[in-house]
Ligand binder design. Sequence first.
Ligand code: ZN
Length: 113
Amino acid sequence: MTEERKTELGLIIRAEIEKIISKLEDLKSFTEPVAPDNAIGRISRMDAINNKTIFDASQRNLKTRMVQLDQSLKRLNDDDFGICIQCRQSIPFERMKIRPEIRFCAKCFKNHP
Ligand SMILES: [Zn+2]
C-alpha cells in the first residue's frame, strides 16, 4: 500500500473514531440506570428498560469498533497492512476506506465471519 493511501486511511480512521466518541457521548444519557417504578409509570419504565437494552448493545458495538479502529491505526505502517490475513491478497482500497478495521478480503470474510 502506498504512503498516500496510508495517510488517507489514517485520516479516515481518526475521523471514524471521533464520530464514535461523539455517538457514545450521545448514548450516555440513555444508558443511565433506569429509575424505580414509583418515579416513572410502569409502562414507561418498561420502555426505558427496553431502550436501555438497545442502547447498551449499540454502545458495546461502538466500543468494539473503536478498539478495532484504534488497532488498525497502530498497524497502519506494518508491511502487511491491507493484506488479507487469510489468503495474503491485498484488500481493495475501496473496501479499506469503508471498513479500515477489516482484516479479511471479501471472499475470506464470507468464509470466516
Ligand atoms: Zn482473503
